[in-house]
Design a protein around this ligand. Sequence first.
Ligand code: F3S
Length: 390
Amino acid sequence: MQLTKEERAMLKGKHGKAAKKAMQILLALANIYNAKRLIPVKSVQIAGVSYHNLGDAGLELLEDLAKDARVRVLTTLNPAGMDLENWKALGISKSFAEKQKRVIEAFRKMGVTITCTCTPYLIGNLPLFNEHIAWSESSAVCFANSMLGARTNRESGFSSLASALTGKTPEYGLHLDKNRQAKVIVEVKAKLESVADFGALGKAIGDKIGNTIPLIKGVREADLEQLKSLCASIATFGGTALFHMEGITPNKTKVPRKKVYITKRDIEKAKKELSDRTEIDFIAIGCPHASLRELADIARVLKGKKVRKEFWIACARPIKKVADLMGYTEIIEKAGAKFACDTCMAVAPLKGRFTGMMTNSAKACFYGRGSNAFKVKIATLEECVREALK
Ligand code: F3S
């Protein structure tokens, strides 16, 4: 494999031990996937930030790397295990908080921008069409590839960190045109209205075609919130990192012959499978992390009311700062709902704290069950708020 002068220097350790290790990781990957060269990336997004998932071994490894590791491109983080400021109010233990803060400090030392979010594209890590990037959060990878036309494989925490420390990634998979073509048409014959409907669509498609790249037809309009929900659920239930949607996504694709249908019945079945018989004691909105418009909507429906159940809204801290300025935060907090910035209901250590979670996100249902052993119910935002007020 041909390496540039700079890449050879990194491999020889001339840019420090961490860059050398990172280059070795990327070359091992290149070897596995038969990549012919490394290519520059414009930005990186690193998952595996929660101490809940990293444990002591991961924390020590990061602290060791941070001694001489420095990122070379814009790099942001996926949600951590807690709100970095408001962790006490969300019931996080002091011992967990101390370890989580050490994880964040290690990333900060490396030059990583400390914004812990799965929607980096909403807060300034916004790749352009055809730009190569190395991101690892599955919903963000799907959004970047599909909605923005950027190019990334779904990286692991360590391969994305290796890209951050070198500014490179092996050229294979979704970086190449030939691997970005649709293989099946998915004709949607159902009316979709809410974020929850689009989450159910992602599950229905994922269940039907797995990780085959689809060309989705029949969806006439969709907004940002609905599409980020679709990206999250199609990636969760199908492992899909890229889809095309006629009239909505920007990538070109050949039109495949094979066709499958998604009907109203498929959407209803997906929703049914995301709804357990349970009482609800926890409402969670913001999977993927909430947009400003979602915060405005929540403020509108909560204005002057009081919630009677634990109600979390996960979002990126910079989005909440704008909500502070707009007065949404005051309305939401006066109603008794809580912001969970920098974290989410899946990566925070919540196991055993709640019985039944209601959410408008199909992905949150999956992880609520899997990571936190909750019973779950998918619903619209308005239904979630109604439940919280009961
Ligand atoms: Fe984001 Fe957590 Fe959902 S990382 S996509 S809010 S499970």
